[in-house]
Design a protein around this ligand. Structure first.
Ligand code: DGJ
Length: 548
């Protein structure tokens, strides 16, 4: 063969090999190891630094204000609704123009999407179902109360409603498969929104009554252990006593959601989850439902029932709208489990929630999303921030900006169990973190220089610490090495066995796009003599300690 012909064949072979080796972008999926979890996007762990749009921003002309806020927040992921009423306003006639506009803009802004399916239930109500569903009680029955009177909530026992919702959701997934398989802009689906029923423990319609007096499915008994061992065939009341009505309703809704998720994933296999309007996370003892939360929703006490009934749902996540530090911590403890990842699909965008990003991300969550990240002329104050402007997103944005360049590394460290986090408590007191061979103590409202006792006459505090807003997240990257990121906090690290130790190196810097560490400054002297003192602007430190 002539050398030039050989070259041509070689390059052709190279091109063919290159094109066959070019990986089709991988489906997002959730993986598990040793009771920890990661969301893989494009084949690698991904940290959702998210924001959720307002409820009514799911229309093309409303998106500019959403993406402007998401951009200012440095979020890498937008959570936004797709409503049943908008994709199937007339039965059987589907309209995906909003979904297409959304995908286009998300790609332009290099933001991934988590789509929220507002179908049969949105905050328990059928408000986002099409009119042909929500006003046809005969075909799409509402739940009945004990007197047989319909209430506001659609029944989870109606196969007609399930079929209609499932059909619309499947069409949505088919459409996503068609228009997004190559780019994978959509990385996850939330099925329904804050399901359950307010004011009613369960459906009392005849069909539901019959099921309630029948046996608890074996899968439920296996996951959600009754207080006393039960013979197969035990009824809900026999097995769960005063908790039976709530558990039965949870099972009914979880089973309904399972049918939707299963059918959707069969078409296009994205990870799917449910979110939860919480019950009091610190209630002790845990009492049976007494109109104090939405019965049947995936509250922490019934996660086992959801796991038993809905294997196509990867996890239930808490929506957190109580700024109390104890309750916030308790919620995370309830929802971070060896059998499901922690993700906070919603939390308030109020200033007193900013600190919780450190806690959630430090605990190894796969993601978090403050709610109402949107410059629409609407604010959900007093639940969230008063103003819909940059003052709302900027504090969250400062933290996301620091995390974002290393979100892939952080997600991997979290998957490996190397990460820790604290948020400043309402009591403003120091906190400790036990790491591998080392202990960190974190204190708040300190000046960057010196110890408090040196300056006893000084009563003031650093500007910007008027409310508890400090926090730290630490990844232990080696035996003696850490990545520390935080704000409004002082960190000291000591050897767990009490050996004398000192900072070996404290570099401030960032990771570049290739994952290389870029050092900007080497902290020593005043910057390390009194611990590592992090101010208002979050910084990333690469830290090494050693003993002597
Ligand atoms: C939680 C819901 O899931 C959101 O859609 C929204 O209604 C907030 N509550 C309140 O703003």
């Amino acid at each position: 063969m002539m050398p030039s012909a050989r070259r041509l064949v070689t390059s052709l072979l190279f091109l063919m090999a290159a094109s066959s080796a070019a990986p089709a972008s991988e489906m997002p999926r959730i993986v598990h190891q040793q009771g920890r979890h990661a969301l893989l996007v494009d084949g690698a762990p991904y940290l959702i630094l998210g924001g959720q749009a307002h409820n009514s921003s799911n229309y093309p002309l409303a998106l500019d204000k959403v993406f402007a806020a998401i951009g200012d927040m440095h979020a890498n992921t937008l959570e936004i609704p797709v409503a049943w009423e908008q994709i199937e306003p007339v039965e059987g006639q589907f309209d995906f123009s909003y979904v297409d506009a959304l995908l286009k803009q998300a790609r332009q802004h290099q933001v991934r999407l988590v789509l929220l399916w507002f179908g049969t239930w949105k905050n328990t109500s059928p408000s986002y179902a099409p009119a042909w569903v929500k006003f046809d009680n005969a075909r799409f029955p509402r739940m009945l109360d004990r007197q047989g009177k319909p209430n506001y909530c659609l029944s989870p026992h109606a196969s007609s409603t399930l079929q209609a919702d499932r059909k619309a959701f499947v069409r949505l997934m088919q459409h996503l498969k068609q228009v997004d398989s190559a780019e994978r802009t959509v990385i996850m689906m939330q099925v329904e929104n804050e399901v359950g029923t307010y004011g009613y423990a369960r459906d009392y319609a005849p069909a539901a009554e019959q099921l309630f007096s029948g046996p608890v499915p074996a899968a439920v008994l296996a996951y959600k252990k009754p207080q006393q061992p039960q013979a197969p065939g035990a009824t809900w009341r026999q097995a769960y006593g005063a908790y039976a009505d709530e558990y039965f309703h949870a099972y009914a809704i979880a089973s309904y959601i399972e049918e939707i998720a299963k059918a959707g994933r069969a078409v296009y296999d994205l990870p799917m989850y449910v979110n939860n309007a919480q019950r009091d996370s610190t209630e002790s003892p845990l009492l049976p439902w007494h109109e104090n939360f939405a019965s049947g929703g995936p509250t922490y006490d019934v996660i086992d029932i959801y796991r038993a009934a809905a294997p196509h749902i990867a996890f239930a996540g808490p929506d957190i709208y109580d700024p109390d530090w104890n309750k916030f911590n308790a919620s995370l403890q309830h929802f971070q489990r060896t059998d499901q990842p922690l993700m906070v699909p919603e939390m308030s965008n109020g200033a007193n929630y900013v600190r919780y990003l450190w806690l959630v991300l430090g605990r190894g969550a796969i993601g978090v999303a403050p709610f109402g990240i949107d410059y629409a002329a609407y604010s959900n104050y007093p639940l969230g921030h008063k103003a819909s402007d940059r003052s709302m997103v900027a504090p969250f944005g400062a933290i996301y900006a620091a995390f974002r360049p290393m979100q892939r590394q952080w997600a991997r460290w979290a998957y490996e169990g190397r990460t820790y986090g604290v948020a400043e408590g309402d009591d403003r007191q120091p906190q400790n973190i036990a790491m591998q061979g080392w202990n960190a103590s974190i204190s708040f409202r300190e000046w960057q220089f010196g110890e408090r006792e040196y300056f006893k006459e000084l009563k003031d505090h650093p500007a910007g610490t008027e409310i508890p807003n400090g926090g730290v997240a630490i990844a232990q990257t080696g035996d003696k090495e850490f990545i520390i990121i935080g704000q409004h906090a002082r960190i000291k690290i000591s050897h767990a066995q009490g050996q004398p130790s000192m900072w070996a190196r404290v570099e401030q810097g960032h990771f570049d796009a290739r994952g290389n560490w870029i050092m900007e400054r080497n902290w020593n002297g005043d910057q390390t003599d009194y611990g590592l003192n992090l101010g208002a602007t979050p910084v990333v430190l690469k830290v090494k300690l050693d003993t002597y």
